[in-house]
Design a protein around this ligand. Structure first.
Ligand code: COS
Length: 399
């Protein structure tokens, strides 16, 4: 794979630029490669992993071999950089097989990309190549028990003592928690400064003073471990602070812009998978002497599902395109995440409805899609927070 920053497909872009809806050759090839990988290495095992809460670390190694662990990383740091748009296509395809693995990969790439972007030379060389080649798995940690939506109120303390910081406190809801080798952690260096008192640290798993709380028992995403991080007088050298003191909140939110687009792409992939199962089921299931798909009520449901998926998908592509172009993309990332996850929740629920009793049991994957995708309306900023981000941008822009 090679970078396509300059040749991403401009979808639904503004002004006089040409709107082009076809994938370019590189994007088509990558999509075909990831589709084949998902069909062979993920989809056949997804129910089993879900059933047994199994984290498929070996699959991450295989994804590294395909270059997927360094999608937001420059080539000189062992990355295989893709445009955000091409990466969105990758996430969409992976999520058709299993959402949990796509989410784990997205978080990993968010960490790798943030270190490549905000780390200094020494930090980049120490960690980024090893993340990109799959030797290390990354995790991102902003939330706390009392600081979820109000992330700037976080309290995990990082107190400067000579040439290190002492971290005390805990972080919640950490995707890849316990399995990851490297954690990007936001902690408070200045108690009285709100968002400006937060700094970003990179912390290795085996650092003394870092332990892991229980693995959360979740509604879905069973094969993606979610753990608490507990810091007790955990000494982190100042050389492991990413960016300047007080820059952590901005690093986190700016990283989440990309993360939210990935979540939108993932939700869109799950919705597409659910739609396909539901459509195929209605074509073969007969009731009242005919197939379900011959009833207009069912046809209207399928039409609405397909229409909404397509709209969400295009908005995800547009947000990715804007980030690729270096345009202000936070609002579009919020819109893409919000619309795609709301759509996926609606579509997966309708898919279960269309399969009836068969949809509610585990013989078909639609109940898993529905359980899994619920969290896309919650994590990386609830959809209520996305609406706040959108409204703030609109009101600033037009006031
Ligand atoms: N990129 C870079 N910087 C950003 C940013 C972004 N996308 N969004 C905000 N900032 C900056 C702001 O510009 C501001 O800096 P200045 O004071 O220098 O202007 C600073 O960050 C604080 O921003 P703001 O005042 O908007 O902070 P708020 O406390 O009002 O919080 C929300 C904003 C609610 C939007 C934020 O807390 C949020 O996104 N919450 C959800 C958190 C989340 O997604 N958690 C999931 C974690 S992963 S499971």
């Amino acid at each position: 794979m090679q970078t396509s920053m300059s040749n991403g497909v401009p979808l639904a872009s503004e002004g006089s630029s040409i709107v082009q809806f076809d994938l370019n050759e590189e994007q088509s090839d990558i999509r075909a490669m990831v589709r084949q990988f998902t069909t062979q290495e993920i989809a056949p095992y997804a129910s089993e992993w879900d059933e047994h809460d199994y984290f498929p670390r070996a699959v991450y190694q295989k994804m590294a071999e395909l270059g997927l662990m360094g999608m937001t990383t420059p080539e000189e740091l062992s990355g295989t950089p893709l445009s955000r748009l091409t990466a969105a296509i990758v996430y969409e395809e992976l999520a058709k097989g299993e959402m949990a693995t796509a989410v784990g990969l997205s978080v990993h790439n968010m960490v790798t990309g943030s270190l490549a972007r905000f780390g200094n030379e020494e930090q980049r060389h120490r960690w980024v190549s090893r993340l990109a080649n799959g030797e290390l798995l990354g995790a991102f940690s902003l939330s706390e028990a009392d600081a979820g939506s109000d992330a700037a109120s976080l309290r995990c303390r990082a107190e400067r003592v000579d040439d290190h910081y002492l971290l005390t406190g805990s972080k919640m809801w950490v995707t890849n928690g316990g399995e990851a080798d490297l954690y990007l952690v936001m902690a408070r260096t200045q108690p009285s400064k709100g968002a400006a008192g937060i700094s970003c640290f990179v912390i290795e798993k085996d650092t003394p003073g870092l332990t892991f709380g229980k693995t959360e028992r979740k509604m879905g995403l069973h094969s993606s471990p979610t753990r608490e991080l507990i810091f007790e007088q955990c000494a982190i050298p100042t050389t492991q602070r990413i960016g300047a003191e007080g820059q952590g909140f901005k690093i986190a939110l700016s990283s989440l812009d990309g993360g939210r687009i990935n979540i939108g792409a993932i939700a869109s992939g799950v919705a597409q998978a659910a739609f396909t199962v539901a459509r195929d089921y209605t074509r073969t299931r007969t009731q009242f002497g005919t197939t379900l798909s011959s009833f207009q009520g069912i046809q209207f449901m399928l039409a609405d599902m397909a229409m909404k998926i397509e709209a969400a998908r295009l908005l995800v592509y547009e947000a990715a395109y804007k980030l690729d172009q270096g345009q202000a993309a936070s609002m579009y990332a919020a819109m893409a995440k919000c619309l795609a996850s709301d759509t996926a929740m609606e579509v997966t629920t309708q898919a279960v409805q269309l399969l009836g009793g068969a949809g509610y049991v585990r013989d078909y994957p639609v109940e898993r899609y529905m359980r899994d995708v619920k969290v896309a309306q919650i994590f990386e900023g609830t959809n209520q927070i996305q609406r706040i981000v959108i409204a703030r941008a609109l009101l600033q822009e037009y006031s």
